[in-house]
Ligand binder design. Sequence first.
Ligand SMILES: NC(=O)c1ccc[n+]([C@@H]2O[C@H](COP(=O)([O-])OP(=O)(O)OC[C@H]3O[C@@H](n4cnc5c(N)ncnc54)[C@H](OP(=O)(O)O)[C@@H]3O)[C@@H](O)[C@H]2O)c1
Length: 265
Amino acid sequence: MSHHKALITGGSSGIGLDLARRLAGEGTHLVIASLIKEEVASASANLKKDFPNINVEAIHMDLSVASEVNRLVDLCNEKHQDIDLLVNNAGYGLYGNFKTLSLERQLNMVDLHIKSVMKLSYELLNLKSFPALKSIINLSSISAFQPNPRFATYGASKAFLYNWSRSLAEELIAMKRNIHVLTVCPTPVRTQFQENADMGKSKLYDSWLTIEVGTVTKDIMRALKRRKKMIVPGRRFHMLHKVVSRFPESWRIFLSKDALKEKRG
Ligand SMILES: NC(=O)c1ccc[n+]([C@@H]2O[C@H](COP(=O)([O-])OP(=O)(O)OC[C@H]3O[C@@H](n4cnc5c(N)ncnc54)[C@H](OP(=O)(O)O)[C@@H]3O)[C@@H](O)[C@H]2O)c1
């Protein structure tokens, strides 16, 4: 299924930007909303240069702030009622112990990963002016599947998103709304995320669990077309998840703790 216009939060970098490029390649117009003005402007300029037939609207806003999410909803209602794909992708990580990380940054993360996603999805699902909405993609993480010491708030917010997104998918099927919801749970992906989360100290991104952004977005596009409900990108990681999810919780905590250890030396 192809889409006419996509709203991608966090569409200026990493997974969001690569997905924007793939969608633009299929003729989908874009609205991207991200935090840093210069990043959004540069992503938008490059997209317009590479895909001259595609309309790109780029907005910079802090989506962890409720009034900013309202501003985005108003803008969509005024100018982009033809959005038929919503990609809830904006996010960041914070590596470290709950007790020592900034509480404010952790609460902002919860607002961004949970409240803004709920608000945006609710409004686009309920506004009369959005009859076109066909698909929603929610970026969760493999952190959703077990407790994650040193990544506690991040993992817990992605666990919320995972469960909420999977439930929403089933509710919309039961309501015969014909809106497909895809939940995406990547293993570590090399993007700006790693540096922003201060994960250089951890050994996670040096491990065999890491996947390239192009593989993630290729799998998302395939899953979107096949109306899959949930993917762990990378075939071997999808299989691995099926096996690991059967392990006792204490084993899964052990594995997560080990993966999130600090590097030696
Ligand atoms: N990379 C990984 O290892 C990994 C693994 C599993 C899941 N994920 C999830 O995948 C999604 C995309 O991550 P990524 O790897 O592509 O990271 P990324 O390259 O750092 O991109 C994150 C995007 O989110 C935007 N963003 C961050 N805070 C925002 C805010 N308060 N308001 C608006 N936009 C904000 C950023 O905007 P600016 O660039 O303007 O700051 C950027 O466009 C996230 O939800 C992440 O949790 C990532």
